[in-house]
Design a protein around this ligand. Structure first.
Ligand code: AKB
Length: 338
């Protein structure tokens, strides 16, 4: 008999680390963690099986299909926005073909065990594309159907995969006699995520995390966006809670494929001020990277999370102040032994 497990791809990433800790400790669920990189020992000790490999490896996915019974997938593996701009074809392979592979895996799982597979997918504010700063300012908190014109390969990948997931859930092989697969695709559009435990890599919203962690480490940091740059953010605990809450929501209440979620929106200078207040000796300057700035400027100033609140009770616990004073600063101090 196959072992019933939860599958997490991209398990060694920022979200994966926090999700494993939550699933294993608070929900005591058996987790199979898949990543191209080995898990760090702490995360590895919490999972039932660690699989080091690629979501592009079909024979690996076949082996996982044979060994495990999966009815909940958190598909986190992705190349983020900045990194994707340097290797757009690699980003397409991982972000799109990898997601297609996982959707096929989910369809085969559903066919084999006959139950629906809940497929949780983190999209991004990168799926939005606002044409200029004036339009961006007037748009304010954008809704899910607004400005779906991404300007990055990552944003295009994420938006297309939202539609791929909707196709697999509602229209898959619609002309064949085969029953539509029992895939229940659910998606959040994450803002910039800030973790006290890990520092992201390859993202364009990373300046927030990089700034805070550099300040704690006593390293000078040159922020690559303007001081007035404002986007929505979310503390990592809220991001994890949103994935878990969405995964457990009643499917008949869900009216959207992709939901905006956010905790707060802050300017780079507000984040800098909070970091300097916590670490007064820190050196945080600005050296704007015009190309990365233009990516961030195409993202919304804020996101309207009303649909998530209405359909599945999304309710972030961390606004800006609480995120810094109750989560980021105390946890980062502990992490760096301060
Ligand atoms: C990135 O910066 O690419 C990600 C994102 C906003 O989705 N953190």
């Amino acid at each position: 008999m196959r072992k019933p497990v939860v599958l997490i791809t991209g398990a060694n990433g920022e979200i994966g680390h926090a999700l494993i800790a939550n699933l294993a400790r608070q929900r005591n669920l058996p987790v199979v963690a898949l990543d191209v990189n080995a898990l760090d020992p702490k995360a590895a000790s919490l999972v039932q099986r660690e699989v080091t490999g690629s979501i592009l490896d079909n024979s690996l996915l076949e082996r996982l299909l044979a060994e495990f019974e999966v009815d909940l997938i958190f598909h986190l593996a992705a190349l983020l926005s900045s990194r994707a701009e340097f290797t757009p074809m690699a980003a397409h392979h991982v972000n799109v073909e990898g997601t297609l592979n996982l959707l096929e895996f989910a369809a085969h799982q559903a066919e084999s065990h006959g139950r629906r597979v809940v497929f949780i997918y983190p999209s991004s504010i990168a799926a939005y594309g606002l044409p200029d700063l004036d339009t961006r300012r007037k748009a304010g908190q954008v809704k899910e159907a607004d400005w779906n014109t991404p300007i990055t390969m990552y944003g295009c990948n994420k938006l297309y995969c939202e539609h791929l997931g909707r196709y697999y859930a509602k229209h898959y092989k619609q002309l064949s006699e085969a029953k539509a697969p029992l895939i229940d695709f659910r998606c959040v559009r994450f803002p910039g995520l800030i973790s006290a435990v890990t520092v992201p890599s390859g993202g364009t919203s990373d300046y927030a995390s990089e700034m805070i962690h550099a300040a704690a480490r006593g390293e000078p940091y040159a922020c690559f966006v303007r001081p007035d740059t404002r986007i929505p953010f979310m503390a990592m605990p809220d991001a994890i809670e949103s994935l878990l809450t969405l995964s457990a929501a009643q499917s008949d209440r869900l009216t959207c494929t992709a939901y905006n979620v956010r905790g707060f929106n802050a300017s780079a200078d507000e984040i800098r001020a909070a970091a300097l207040k916590a670490f007064p000796d820190a050196t945080i300057t600005y050296r704007v990277d015009a190309k990365r700035q233009s990516i961030v400027d195409s993202w919304p100033e804020d996101a309207d999370d009303a649909a998530a609140r209405r359909d599945w009770g999304f309710s972030p616990g961390y606004d800006f102040d609480r995120a810094f004073h109750e989560y980021l600063i105390p946890t980062i101090r502990q992490r760096y032994g301060l």
